[in-house]
Design a binder for this molecule. Sequence first.
Ligand code: PDD
Length: 276
Amino acid sequence: SIGYVNGRFVDLNEPVIPIDERGHQFGDGVYEVIRVYNKKPFMLREHLERLQTSAEAIKLKLDQTLEQYEQLIKEAIEKSALTDCDVYLQITRGVAVRNHLFPDVSVSTTMTVRPAKQLPHHLRENGVSAIFHDDERWANCYIKSLNLLPNILAKQTAHEKGSYEAILVRDEYVTEGSSSNVFIVKNGTIYTTPLSKHILSGITRMAVKSIIETEGLTLVEEKFTKEDVLESDEVFITSTTSEILPIVTVDGQKIGTGKPGEIATTLYQKFQEKIA
Ligand code: PDD
């Protein structure tokens, strides 16, 4: 494992963040989580493009080009000596005496590279449970911002109820998971929430979309309700760390047979081929 702070690689235990860092005082920054398979960062370009979108949306001027971030991330992976790892990259508006107005200082860039979080085998084999939770977030969830309080509260509530994920519902419709995108399957057709300001444009969602296309399956990007979820044949979530993960119960109610479905299983197999 290795850390990186503003131009230097550090030990992860080294205390490096000044008190007046806007990342922790205001959550004034953006981030990416990138999965590395066999030393190769998966869909790195797409992650960096989303980082750029997020930064522009909060009027944060990145001080490096996407090519420079690419080099930096690859260097960090090399230095970590890890083959399968998670890269966390965070850019904030920098260090300045606390004041809501933007300071005229350089941004802070930090990164950690750690062994990939492995999901216990039985969860992948048997699927996981989820709960519904009100989507209490703001209007700009397409920005991958550091402000994750509603997300962590929803995830913690799910955990305390013995569930893996909270499926967020806004104005009667499912938006996404607390840290994932949500798909459902009904009569062989796959549905997922359309992109809007209310959800993050997931990189894994993008990868799954392309697998669905090459497999000749049908994807409909259309809003769906809690009832649609409960009446579906399959539910699965996608994210960098969970990849493609079947949801077999929601709020204690069985989805389909209560076992991982055929489509989620096929998509996961194809995903494995894609990352190999
Ligand atoms: N979370 N929606 C939200 C709210 C997320 O936080 C994430 C990812 C996703 C899936 O995006 P992707 O496929 O690009 O990982 C959707 C990351 C992994 C995290 O915060 O740890």
